[in-house]
Design a protein around this ligand. Structure first.
Ligand SMILES: [Zn+2]
Ligand SMILES: [Zn+2]
Length: 364
C-alpha cells in the first residue's frame, strides 16, 4: 500500500498541465446589481450567459460559469480505456478501509476526518476553485497542508477539473459527466483515461489566478513526496507514537479509512448530488439538492444552488444549515483569517427560483 502515489489519479496518468492573492476587509459582499451593463468587452456570448445567471458579484473569475453554448460533437459514445494501476490501488484502499471500520471503536480519528474534509470543501473547492472568499496566509497554509492529507490531486489540478465540471457540466468535457451513470461520476472517472474533450477544454481554462499563487504552485511542485508523507506516513505514525494506538489501528483507520471516507464524501457531490434530489433554483441543469450529500460532504449537497450560483461562499442559499464548511469559514472570518465572502442576495435568489426553478422551493 505504501506504493500508492499520485498516479492513483489518472488525471496524472492521462494529462498534466501546469501565486499572492491577497487583499483586505472582513465583510460579506452582497451585491444585488442586475447583470446588464459593464460587460461590453467580454463579448456578446458572455453577456448572454451572465444575463441568464442573474448577477455578477465576483467579476474577477469567470471560469466556473456554465457555458451552455458548448455542446458535444456527434459520434459514437466514448471508449473506456482502463487505468489498471488505479483500479487495483483503489480496490486495495477500499479493502483496507473496510477492515479499518472494524477497528474504529478503539480509535480517535474524527478530528482528522473533519480537517481533511474541510481542506477540500473550504480549500480546494470554495476558496481555490471558485474564489468565493479570500483567505489570509495562515488559513491558506492550514488548508494546503490538510489538502495534501486529502490526496485528491494537487489544488491546481483539482480546481482545473472542477472549473471544467461547472463550465461544461454534463458534456464530454465534464470530467465526471453524470450522464454516464452513478459509478462513473462517483469513482469510475478516476479509473479510466480522460475523455479527449476534458483535456482539450480543461487545458484552455484560465488558471492564471492559481498560477500566480505561490503556495498553490509550491504544493504542486512537491506534491508526490508531500502526499506520501501527509496522507499515509504521518497519519500512521502520529497516533501510534503520541497516543499509543497500535501501528495496525493507525494505518488502517487514521490513514486508509480516513482517506477513503473523505474521498467518498467528496465523490457523492459528483454522483448522488447530480442524480437524486430537487432542482428548486434551475430545473434545466443536472445538479440537485441532496441533503445526504450535505451531511457526508460538510455542506456541499445544496448542489442545484451551487451550480446556479457558483460564486456564493456558502454553496447554499442558507448559511449554517447542514453546512459545517460555512460555519468554519465564518469562524475564520471572525478571527480575521477569511474575508470578502461573496453571498448572493435573497432578491436575486428568489427571482431565479421564479424564473427557472422546478417549483419545489418553499417560497414557490
Ligand atoms: Zn463547485
Ligand atoms: Zn457538480
Amino acid at each position: 500500500m505504501w506504493l500508492i502515489n499520485s498516479s492513483l489519479h489518472p488525471a496524472h496518468a492521462a494529462s498534466s498541465i501546469s501565486s499572492s492573492y491577497m487583499t483586505t476587509t472582513t465583510t460579506t459582499t452582497t451585491i444585488t446589481k442586475p447583470l446588464s451593463g459593464g460587460l461590453e468587452n467580454e463579448g456578446e456570448k458572455l453577456e448572454k450567459i451572465f444575463q441568464q445567471w442573474g448577477e455578477d458579484i465576483r467579476p474577477e473569475m469567470k471560469e466556473d460559469i456554465h457555458d451552455p453554448s458548448y455542446q458535444d460533437e456527434e459520434g459514437p459514445p466514448p471508449k473506456l480505456e482502463y487505468v489498471w494501476r488505479n483500479i487495483i490501488l483503489m480496490a486495495l484502499l477500499h479493502l483496507g478501509a473496510l477492515y479499518g471500520i472494524t477497528l474504529v471503536p478503539s480509535c480517535k480519528v474524527y478530528t482528522w476526518i473533519f480537517v481533511t474534509g474541510l481542506s477540500i470543501t473550504a480549500g480546494a473547492h470554495r476558496l481555490w476553485s471558485h474564489r468565493t472568499y479570500k483567505a489570509r496566509l495562515p488559513l491558506r497554509l492550514f488548508l494546503i497542508i490538510a489538502n495534501t492529507m486529502a490526496f485528491q490531486n494537487d489544488v491546481y489540478e483539482w480546481a482545473r477539473d472542477h472549473r471544467a465540471h461547472h463550465k461544461f457540466t454534463e458534456t464530454h468535457a465534464d470530467p465526471h459527466d453524470s450522464r454516464r451513470g452513478f459509478f462513473f461520476s462517483h469513482v469510475g472517472w478516476l479509473l479510466v483515461r480522460k475523455h479527449p474533450a476534458v483535456k482539450e477544454k480543461g487545458g484552455k481554462l484560465d488558471m492564471s489566478d492559481l498560477k500566480a499563487e505561490k503556495l498553490v504552485m509550491f504544493q504542486r511542485r512537491y506534491y508526490k513526496p508531500g502526499l506520501l508523507l501527509m496522507c499515509f506516513i504521518l497519519p500512521t505514525l502520529v497516533p501510534w507514537y503520541f497516543w499509543g494506538e497500535t501501528f495496525q489501528h493507525s494505518f488502517y483507520v487514521a490513514a486508509l479509512l480516513r482517506y477513503a471516507l473523505v474521498l467518498n464524501g467528496t465523490w457523492l457531490v459528483n454522483s448522488a448530488a447530480h442524480l437524486y434530489g430537487y432542482r428548486p433554483y434551475d430545473r434545466n441543469i443536472g445538479a440537485r439538492q441532496n441533503m445526504l450529500t450535505s451531511m457526508g460532504a460538510l455542506g456541499e449537497g445544496f448542489h442545484n444552488y451551487h451550480h446556479t450560483f457558483p460564486y456564493d461562499y456558502s454553496a447554499s442559499e442558507y448559511r449554517w444549515h447542514i453546512n459545517f464548511t460555512t460555519f468554519f469559514i465564518d469562524c475564520m472570518a471572525a478571527l480575521g483569517l477569511a474575508y470578502d465572502r461573496k453571498k448572493v442576495s435573497k432578491a436575486a435568489v428568489l427571482a431565479r427560483i421564479k424564473r427557472t426553478g422546478d417549483g419545489s422551493h418553499k417560497s414557490g
